[in-house]
Design a protein around this ligand. Structure first.
Ligand SMILES: *Cc1c(COP(=O)(O)O)cnc(C)c1O
Length: 433
């Protein structure tokens, strides 16, 4: 009893001491076991593809802040736009009132997106944009008195967000949310139809379940945070056909793949099809402010037009369509017309393919794959994640491995030398494992 008391006392003293001088006293970090968390580095400023830490260390950034900063950090053109808007009107509610930054942005998105993806609903995060897409799809059918069509069909390997509703459509095992699986609503999660056999299974499943299925939801071409898995455009074509055949809506979550990342402005361009609803976020504001959008086709929007108030879309985040965020996005979309980003992505793709391929020879490496400005080195297993992260930092690069994956999603403006420093760091760290 006494001993345990002393022990507890000493432990808590130790703990207090460790934390008292710590910057982590009041911070709860994402996806982090705070008990063993090493003090995170402190970012002081950013420019292009360089992050400067408080102690003056300069890191080459390999992931563009979860691939948001597609044109590099602190782009002067975006900064200029947001400063002008800041002086005029940083925020205004979007209920019963609209503003120019949102009007311009929705028009630009409608013009850039394929087909009649014309109706833009703004939110402030990717997860919420996906929730709105699911809600839209379900209510689209409810408004037609199809009360049974309430399920969402999604795929193994997928990632669509961290909120309760989006967790339920992530990969149930590999995803970060298996812990909650008994709490979440049950959705249909099945294998991506990548082979003839799987396509038959897929059709068979829909044959039996289309009456209760509102929509299928997929990250087209690249399943990102679920494991950086690639698939071919033909699969998207197949899904479009199935969706039409079985009267199920098709939602593309392009929060990761949209806005240039895979080599085309949107990934659906590569399959030459138009989904019924698309979600965008991450790079939408050029990595400057939180912004997301759920964009629907005319037919979906029309499904909400009615004499009945209750047929309206019942959703409205407080900070939706924030004018500062919209002006960032307007500037970021302008930038896609101001330099040859497509060629940059092509060059990044070639350089990643060439420089990462050497990792294939390493025993710890299971696969190396590259698509657009996405480079992936998949290991069999990462034994000591904290050590790996520390070693990457020692190489003066900012790369955040997860599970068994090291990936690069740099800005489209990264230099050849900067990208080489990133690929070299990965190789040098892995060769020591
Ligand atoms: C990041 C991401 C989300 C979630 O976005 P948050 O802004 O983090 O809520 C959803 N879907 C995909 C494909 C993503 O990459």
């Amino acid at each position: 009893m006494k001993i345990s008391l002393i022990l507890t006392f000493n432990l808590s003293l130790l703990y207090a001491k460790k934390m008292s001088g710590s910057m982590l006293k009041n911070i709860w970090l994402p996806y982090t076991q705070m008990q063993t968390c090493n003090n995170p580095v402190i970012a002081e400023n950013t420019k292009g593809s360089v992050i400067t830490l408080q102690d003056g260390t300069e890191l080459i950034d390999g992931i563009a802040s979860w691939w948001t900063a597609c044109h590099g950090y602190n782009h002067p053109y975006i900064a200029n736009h947001v400063q002008q808007q800041l002086r005029k009107m940083p925020h205004i509610m979007f209920g019963g009132m609209v503003h120019k930054p949102a009007i311009n942005l929705s028009a630009k998105l409608a013009e850039l997106l394929p087909g009649d993806l014309n109706k833009v609903f703004f939110t402030e995060s990717g997860s919420v944009a996906v929730e709105v897409a699911m809600k839209m799809a379900i209510q689209f059918w409810l408004n037609q008195n199809k009360m049974a069509k309430t399920k969402i069909l999604s795929f193994y390997g997928g990632y669509h967000g961290d909120t309760m509703a989006t967790m339920a459509v992530c990969d149930p095992e590999e995803g970060m949310h298996h812990l909650f699986k008994d709490v979440l609503p049950h959705q249909h999660i099945i294998a991506l139809p990548t082979t003839k056999e799987l396509q038959q299974q897929f059709s068979h499943f829909l044959e039996n379940h289309h009456q209760e299925t509102a929509a299928m939801l997929i990250e087209p071409l690249v399943q990102g945070a679920g494991g950086m898995l690639f698939h071919d455009p033909e699969i998207l074509l197949f899904l479009r056909q199935q969706a039409d055949h079985y009267n199920v809506l098709l939602i593309f979550d392009e929060i990761f793949t949209g806005l240039g990342r895979t080599g085309s402005l949107f990934s659906c361009n590569q399959a030459d099809i138009v989904p019924d609803i698309i979600t965008l976020s991450k790079a939408l504001s050029g990595g400057t402010m939180a912004l997301a959008a759920t964009i629907a086709r005319e037919r979906i929007f029309s499904g909400f037009l009615s004499d009945k108030e209750s047929h309206a879309l019942m959703h409205g985040p407080t900070f939706m369509a924030n004018p500062l965020a919209c002006s960032c996005a307007n500037a970021s979309l302008d930038l896609f017309n101001q330099y040859d980003w497509k060629n940059n992505v092509k060059k990044i793709e070639a350089q990643l393919s060439e420089e990462l391929s050497i990792c294939r020879q390493l025993e710890v490496v299971k696969d190396v794959r590259v698509k657009g400005a996405i480079g992936v080195v998949e290991l069999y297993k990462i034994e000591n994640m904290n050590l790996l992260k520390k070693q990457l930092l020692q190489h003066k690069v900012w790369i955040r491995p997860f599970r068994n994956i090291l990936y690069l999603t740099p800005s489209f403006t990264i230099t050849t030398a900067e990208l080489s420093q990133l690929t070299r760091a990965i190789y040098e760290v892995l060769i020591q494992l």
